[in-house]
Design a protein around this ligand. Structure first.
Ligand code: ZN
Length: 265
């Protein structure tokens, strides 16, 4: 079997197993497994949310059931909630961490263009979020975020109504945000876009920490070249929108289903 036919076979297999649950549920469950696979999860905390299938509610969202690790999330265990976090569908009866949904519901309510919101607490992301500089233009990964990162100041764990308003005002129309002294947040028009942004931002943070702790002299990329490269990334992103298949997200989903086939249950 050629590599191409193996790929086609894997994709066919993926689409076959996808039939049991709606595509929205499969993709979000895959994102949870991938975040765990790459060790970007934080026990049962942080969340990934995405728009629910239309038949589950007009303005409804999917989020992880409370108490499950990311590596335990399956398509059917995802809970459907409305914008207030009230439960519309919960097949396993686990409920949700309503406090944890507040960031997500605020973004979903303010940004109808956003399909998926992904939030992490990783050592690298928290470390960069704890530094004034944010992500520096040090390498190709980091340039995707050059002058495109929103910042939100830390206000403690509780998210009251006032902070939700400040958070979405700080986010504006940007798709990546550093929650200062706290972690990272990405927004995507698809689950795949939110995941890819987080995957890349995480690597940019890790590389920056490696550079800063190496003892070498950081070599910053100049403004004109940094801006040019950031626009090249945006051009690629635009190429990927619409109904075109996203080859990177397809590849990540094949990895998720290969290693964690029960995610589709
Ligand atoms: Zn958090």
């Amino acid at each position: 079997m050629t590599a191409h036919s193996r790929l086609a076979d894997t994709q066919k297999h993926s689409s076959n197993v996808n039939e049991a649950q709606p595509r929205e549920r499969i993709e979000l469950a895959a994102a949870y497994r991938l975040i765990a696979h790459y060790h970007l999860d934080d026990s049962i905390f942080t969340h990934i949310s995405s728009r629910a299938p239309r038949e589950e509610g007009e303005h409804a969202f999917l989020i992880n059931p409370f108490g499950l690790r990311f590596d335990e999330v399956t398509a059917s265990s995802l809970v459907t909630v409305d914008i207030n976090g009230d439960i519309l569908r919960d097949d396993h009866g686990a409920g949700i961490n309503k406090a944890g949904f507040t960031i997500h519901s605020a973004v979903h309510a303010a940004r109808p263009d956003v399909h998926c919101v992904l939030h992490t607490h990783t050592v690298a992301g928290v470390a960069i979020s704890s530094m004034e500089e944010g992500i520096l233009p040090l390498n190709q990964w980091s340039l995707q975020f050059h002058k495109r990162v929103a910042f939100h100041d830390y206000e403690g764990i509780a998210l009251d109504l006032g902070e939700r308003e400040r958070l979405v005002a700080d986010l504006g129309d940007r798709n990546v945000m550093i929650l200062r002294n706290h972690g990272l947040l990405t927004c995507g028009r698809t689950v795949g876009e939110a995941f890819a942004l987080m995957f890349n931002m995480e690597r940019a943070c890790r590389a920056q920490l490696a550079i800063m702790s190496s003892g070498g002299t950081p070599r910053l990329i100049d403004e004109a070249l940094a801006e040019k490269t950031a626009r090249q990334y945006e051009g690629w992103d635009e190429h990927q929108t619409g109904n075109k298949p996203d080859p990177q997200w397809d590849a990540f989903q094949r990895l998720a289903i290969k290693h964690y086939p029960d995610l589709v249950d």
